[in-house]
Design a protein around this ligand. Structure first.
Ligand code: BG6
Ligand code: MG
Length: 218
């Protein structure tokens, strides 16, 4: 990575806040309705995957067939439950170090944006009271392609007039890392290096993470 960083794009779920546990609770409750017990391991595979695609996968694992109309109802039922669960989100739920790192980016005149598959992005950012921290926000309502397609990240580059090669993406899902690389960006994984083998660099989280830690990587 050169020192030409002009934009940092953050995935939301699993990078800024732990919403995966709420997605899991809501999907699990829904799956129980058709007699299926969704495991935590399976939930890992749903990270970064859109709502409709997640439902399709769960139905496939359960060996259950539903019409398009039924799928729409199920997806909205899951979302109602998920939205109920995330009502309790508050600023203290932001992962340690995230705000400090964004402050460092701002003092270095590096733009910030969100690139998330979630259609609930705005609600979550409002609950965490950090909407204003970002120069641009791309969510699941603005994209036609899911990760690993790079659209969700390229839209920020286009809107802010910044080239992908001057952009870093922070992602917790392998599909999100793939999307960043497909878009020609530098991908930093948040989590386990064993899960995120394709990332340019992997960190456990933002606690004590500084811009210089990126520059240190050749
Ligand atoms: C991603 C999550 O950020 O958003 C997925 O990792 C989720 O688990 C997807 O399915 C879509 O979220 P939502 O809020 O639109 O259902
Ligand atoms: Mg994520």
């Amino acid at each position: 990575m050169t020192k030409q960083i002009k934009l940092c794009i953050f995935d939301l779920d699993g990078v800024i806040v732990d919403t995966a546990k709420y997605h899991y609770l809501a999907w699990r409750e829904l799956a129980k309705e058709f007699g299926y017990d969704l495991t935590g391991k399976q939930n890992e595979k749903l990270k970064g995957v859109s709502r409709n695609q997640s439902l399709k996968l769960i139905l496939q694992w359960a060996g259950v067939k539903k019409t398009v109309k039924e799928q729409k109802l199920l997806a909205s039922k899951k979302n109602n439950q998920y939205v109920k669960l995330i009502q309790s989100l508050k600023p203290e739920d932001i992962f340690p170090g995230v705000k400090e790192f964004i402050t460092e980016l701002k003092s270095n005149k590096i733009a910030t944006s969100i690139g998330s598959a979630s259609k609930n992005t705005r609600l979550i950012l409002d609950k965490l009271q950090i909407t204003d921290l970002f120069d641009y926000i791309v969510d699941g309502n603005m994209t036609t392609h899911s990760k690993p397609h790079p659209e969700v990240f390229l839209k920020s580059c286009e809107a802010l007039g910044i080239k992908p090669q001057n952009t870093i993406v922070f992602e917790d899902a392998p599909k999100g890392i793939e999307a960043a690389l497909a878009g020609g960006m530098y991908a930093i994984g948040i989590g386990d290096p064993i899960e995120l083998t394709n990332a340019n660099m992997v960190i456990p989280g933002f606690n004590n993470f500084k811009l210089n830690d990126i520059f240190a990587v050749k």
